[in-house]
Design a protein around this ligand. Structure first.
Ligand code: SF4
Length: 292
């Protein structure tokens, strides 16, 4: 397998085959993100993709799930994705799920018919960086789409039967706005019904716009206590049935994983205990998060 640049994938895709179809991120402008600053966006050739698939099929045999990397692989047009999906099915005929990171913008670029065609080629699951349902925060993050876009495009995905895993970012609204952001975010979740939630926390990495904003005092970070309270509020308000909540990303203040609403009380207790047992100075400060 030939990989170019640093590879990122959701923690729970640790056992999934990673097939590189793009290098870097086509957007590369989110205010907090430095993941692909060192690499120019490009696409992998079909020839290289086929070589990788051939090698993977010899090594791994029969696979049911594959994750296409990199940062926003769903940026590829439907005309680029369809032959890739066909090659995957050629080498892994029993493949059930082709998944990848997708931005809301990438859904907008595709027609309803194209989404349906991609679903029929087993591109039936996407990791969508929602981050928040708080309009002002979304704008500050420079994600390149509005909250209205999120509602509309997730609805289109649902109609095409393409499931989505929503990625949320705690702390992204900054000091004093976590609860307000949690309420807005849960409105989006309850309406658009992701099949799963992956929850991370805003980090301040060297070279990001938001780190500069902190230095210039135009963005005041949420404290660890506020981040935990935001997460608690999200868990409290979610009404989607049987939705796995993965708050175990290493960047998070506390590791919380469970199925909602079944584990709601247990998960809230973990947060309450965490607040109770953590040093007040730490709770009221901002922990340095060094890497994703
Ligand atoms: S957060 Fe995702 S979409 Fe935004 S710049 Fe980073 S990789 Fe690209």
């Amino acid at each position: 397998m030939k990989y170019t640049g640093t590879i990122y994938r959701p923690p729970i895709e640790a056992n999934t085959l990673l097939l590189q179809v793009t290098v870097g991120c086509a957007h590369n402008k989110c205010s907090y993100c430095t993941m692909y600053k060192d690499v120019r966006f490009s696409t992998k050739s079909l020839e290289q993709i086929e070589k990788d698939l051939q090698e993977a099929s010899e090594v791994y045999g029969d696979l049911r799930r594959i994750f296409l990397i990199n940062g926003d692989a769903f940026v590829l047009s439907a005309n680029r994705l369809k032959p890739i999906a066909k090659l995957i099915i050629k080498y892994f005929p029993n493949m059930e799920i082709i998944t990848m990171y997708a931005a809301i913008r990438n859904i907008m670029d595709k027609t309803d018919k194209e989404l349906e065609e991609l679903y029929n080629l087993r591109i039936n699951d996407l990791w969508v960086g929602l981050e928040t349902g708080h309009e002002e925060t979304l704008k500050n993050m420079n994600k390149g789409f509005t909250l209205k876009d999120s509602y509309e495009q997730l609805e289109r995905l649902n109609k095409a039967k393409i499931r989505h895993n929503g990625i949320l970012m705690l702390g992204s609204s900054g000091k004093g706005k976590g609860i307000e952001a949690a309420i807005d975010t849960v409105k989006l979740i309850n309406k658009t019904k992701p099949q799963l939630l992956g929850v991370t926390t805003l980090g301040f990495f060297d070279g990001s716009k938001i780190t500069e904003d902190v230095k210039n005092k135009t963005f005041i970070p949420a404290t660890e206590l506020e981040v935990l309270e935001e997460e608690k509020k999200i868990i409290e308000l979610i009404e989607v049935e049987d939705i796995p909540f993965y708050g175990s990303h290493p960047i998070n203040a506390t590791s919380i994983t469970g199925l909602l609403p079944r584990d709601k009380e247990k998960m809230i207790k973990i947060i309450d205990d965490s607040i109770k047992n953590t040093d007040e100075k730490l709770l009221n400060g901002v922990t340095k998060r060094n890497s994703l």
